[in-house]
Design a protein around this ligand. Sequence first.
Ligand code: PNS
Length: 159
Amino acid sequence: MVERVALYPGSFDPLTNGHLDILSRARRLADRVIVAILENDEKVPLFTVAERIGMIREAIGEDPSVSVRSFSGLLVDFAKQEKATLIVRGLRAISDYEYELQMALMNRRFAPTIETVFLMAKEEFSYVSSRLVKEAARLRGDVTGLVPEAVRQRLIRKF
Ligand code: PNS
C-alpha cells in the first residue's frame, strides 16, 4: 500500500491553536503529516526556525505520524523530495481565499499531481492568526486559549 504523505506548510511564527486544529484534521487525511516551516522568508520572523520547530514539537508531543521540518526554495520541490502528494492549508475567512487560490494554482502549475486541500479550523479559531497573536502579546493582551501554553510563555518572554 502506498503511504499517503501530506505537507502542512507555513511560517508558524508562532504556532496557534488554529494551526493545531488544522493539523489534527490533516492527520485524518494522510498516513503521515510533515509540518513544513519556510526558512529565509521575506518576512522578519519573531521566532527563529529552531524555536518554531521546538514549540511545534512540544505542542504535538510524541506522535510518530507527525514530523516537523524546515525547507527553503519551492514548496513543491520539498513536497516531491518528501514524496508528499497533498498540501494542506487552513482557510479562515473568504479574505484568505484569493492568496490561497493563487498559491495553490501556482503550485499546481509546477507540480500537477500534488493536490492542495483547504481545511477549515473550528469556528472559535476563525479569527486567530499568528500576526494578531503577536500584536496582542506585544501589547500585553492575554492570548490564553489562542496558542498552546508553551507558546504563550515564550511570547511573554519575547516581549
Ligand atoms: O503561513 P504562511 O506564511 O502563509 O505560509 C506561506 C508558505 C510558506 C506556504 C508559502 O510562502 C510558500 O510555500 N513558500 C515557499 C515558496 C513557494 O513555493 N511559493 C509558492 C509558489 S511561487
